[in-house]
Ligand binder design. Sequence first.
Ligand code: 5GP
Length: 189
Amino acid sequence: MSDDPTATTSPPPPRYDDGHVQVLISQERVAARVAAMGAEIRAELGDVPITCIGVLKGSFIFMADLVRALGGQVRCEFLGVSSYHGGTRSTGVVRITEDLRHPIEGHHCLIVEDIVDTGLTLDYLHHFLAGRKPASLRTVALLDKPGRREVDVKADHVGFTIPDEFVVGYGLDLGELYRNLPFIGVYSP
Ligand code: 5GP
């Protein structure tokens, strides 16, 4: 042990491996891509305050890293959303479970999604928020599964295009677990 009270010792890295998750995108690749996307979006929007709207819960970790990568003036808002999927096909019914805390009229807004799958959620949210008259409304998704699309929607900025696999980690869950994995992994039972 060091005598220096300000010295820090690194604890051993936590274990995540339960045998069900295989790394698809490493922590390092996620970090590099999120940093690049932040710079890309900031360059496109210029030096304006950006209102980031995180879609709960899956986007919370991505949002936390993205707002730091954006720099400049950023406001953080969150939307609670639940999608109802009836039978084997998606019904396309999306419900807002928690609304924004502040008006966004006249704001430059960025919808922050974890993953676009069928596209129903992003499509719904885009219409829902456009109705509140933001100055601009852009969308960013960390992941895109274009193979499963049911409506023709594409995020303006996409981190990674992935195959049709069920992924967890970096905010994405399975039964509320795995959100704390620092990487994106494919779940297999
Ligand atoms: P969409 O409306 O585009 O079909 O789906 C959007 C939501 O479905 C995402 O925000 C996410 O919560 C969930 N989702 C879609 N694909 C996956 C996946 O591979 N893993 C996880 N954990 N959630 C997913």
